[in-house]
Ligand binder design. Structure first.
Ligand SMILES: [Zn+2]
Length: 471
């Protein structure tokens, strides 16, 4: 049964009362938790009301919203538009500089909604039945507010820092980040100067059916997109006389080969670490299989079994999804060109050149050429870092029953732009979510459990405080 949270502010106050002494013992500077968590709810409701649906984005609205808060708190900030309306915002708290800076990154755009499928107004920020509802309530305006409040409290409490703490709100993540994080690292290098670490969304943290955290995920890498366009060419003509080697026929034959292709299984070190750390949270027989992935993958029926677990298979292979098809716009004309688009996702061990060569050899047809639409180079951050240690420490202190697991995201986030610059970057979400809530991300009736969200404020503070305060 789902945990009942009828009155969020009362419930939150009681829950926090129970954990506050431990937090005070380990943090000489400690926020007033009931007050801060009340602020977290109010600010997230208000932020959800800032409509930053991408396309078109209009993230300048969110940047202005943050700017008003920084201004009131006496914190200098800078806004830059990568294109009209595509705002990005940065603010920095200075530390002693003895350690590299950490960037708290949050994208400010959200994906579109199908309003008719929602039971509440997706841009009203409603709190009801223990949830805060709205587009972005999980992805990722909630983490944006958690980062903001951590940042503000460090300033409000005058916490001496051994490293700079940078708040960075980006545009355009949902469309690949070209106008957001990608633009910032290229055009505003001073914004991230001195940074050695970064935290943003990703990895995912799981709660059981009662809302209690099972584990918190940390993502040191993710699969990279290899979006491809296939272009087939051939003789055009009137459709009353078929052309056997027409462009559409070539294209269909190629797509059928790709549809039947089984990409080989490949166990990369980050995925092996991920499967082993997830094994204890699986039911049998998967618990045993994932505990020793090498042994399992050597079994002759491993691939067949994995096809029933596409979530695991996607971490062990490159993937191909055929997503877009284009031929003639007239029924009775055979076109001279036909196109398809493929959303492929690559393991960290693959380069785009090797993958394009692989696709080319599967298709094996000179009438088809392959274009790359989008790709990022693969990169992996080490997990043997003081930031990873601070995350583990904070989780074990605040939620001793929960584990910390490594994850390799099947999708991608803003992280790769920072990893490419040599910055240790983790996907980390401080609120554990039930599967049912997690599945609403990018879907209808997105909502976040208030209790888990506000507990996340506390957890995230402890991590950043431990990692950045002067000792
Ligand atoms: Zn997101």
């Amino acid at each position: 049964m789902r945990r009942q949270i009828s009155s969020c502010s009362i419930f939150v106050s009681l829950a926090l009362f129970a954990i506050a002494p431990a937090a005070q013992a380990q943090s000489p500077a400690s926020p007033d938790w009931p007050v801060l968590q009340h602020e977290a709810i109010e600010k997230l409701s208000d932020y959800v009301r800032v409509n930053t649906t991408n396309p078109p984005g209009n993230e300048i609205r969110a940047a202005d919203w943050y700017a008003k808060i920084f201004k009131a708190e006496g914190i200098p900030y800078e806004i830059a538009e990568s294109a009209p309306g595509r705002g990005n915002i940065v603010a920095r708290l200075k530390g002693s500089g003895t350690e590299p800076a950490i960037i708290l990154v949050n994208h400010m755009d959200v994906v579109p909604v199908s309003r008719s499928h929602w039971t509440v107004d997706p841009f009203a920020g409603i709190v009801r039945d223990g949830y805060l509802w709205g587009r972005g309530s999980i992805d990722m305006k909630s983490l944006g507010i958690v980062e903001l409040l951590t940042f503000l409290e460090l300033k409000r409490l005058n916490v001496p820092l051994r490293r700079d703490v940078i708040f960075l709100g980006t545009a355009d993540e949902e469309a690949g980040g070209i106008y957001g994080a990608g633009w910032v690292v290229k055009n505003r290098p001073q914004w991230i100067k001195g940074a050695g670490f970064m935290l943003t969304e990703g990895a995912g943290s799981l709660a059981d059916d009662s809302g209690k955290a099972i584990y918190f995920g940390v993502g040191p890498t993710e699969k990279t997109p290899a979006w491809l366009r296939l272009i087939a060419t051939g003789r055009s003509g009137h459709a009353s006389i078929p052309i056997p080697d027409s462009a559409p026929n070539h294209l269909i034959a190629a797509l059928d080969k790709l549809r039947q292709y089984r990409p080989p299984l490949e166990l990369t070190p980050p995925v092996e670490a991920m499967l082993k750390s997830h094994a204890p949270y699986e039911q049998e027989p998967w618990r045993t299989r994932l505990a020793d992935p090498q042994k399992f993958l050597a079994e002759p029926d491993a691939y067949d079994l994995l096809e029933k677990r596409p979530d695991i298979l996607a971490r062990l292979t490159n993937t191909i999804s055929i997503t877009s098809l284009q031929g003639s716009n007239k029924t009775n004309i055979i076109p001279s060109e036909a196109r398809a688009e493929l959303d492929c996702r690559l393991l960290p061990s693959w380069t785009i050149d090797r993958w394009v060569a692989q696709i080319g050899s599967i298709i094996n047809d000179p009438a088809i050429r392959i274009e790359v639409i989008l790709n990022f180079p693969p990169a992996v951050s080490s997990t043997d870092t003081p930031l990873f240690a601070s995350i583990e420490k904070a989780v074990h202190e605040l939620d001793p029953g929960a584990g910390v697991v490594q994850s390799v995201d099947a999708g991608f986030t803003d992280s790769h732009y920072f990893r490419d610059k040599g910055i240790v970057s983790y996907g980390f979400e401080p609120f554990a979510l039930m599967e049912e809530d997690d599945e609403r991300v990018h879907g209808d009736n997105e909502r976040i459990p208030v209790k888990n969200y506000t507990d996340g404020v506390h957890l995230f503070w402890n991590i950043v405080y431990d990692f950045a305060s002067a000792k």
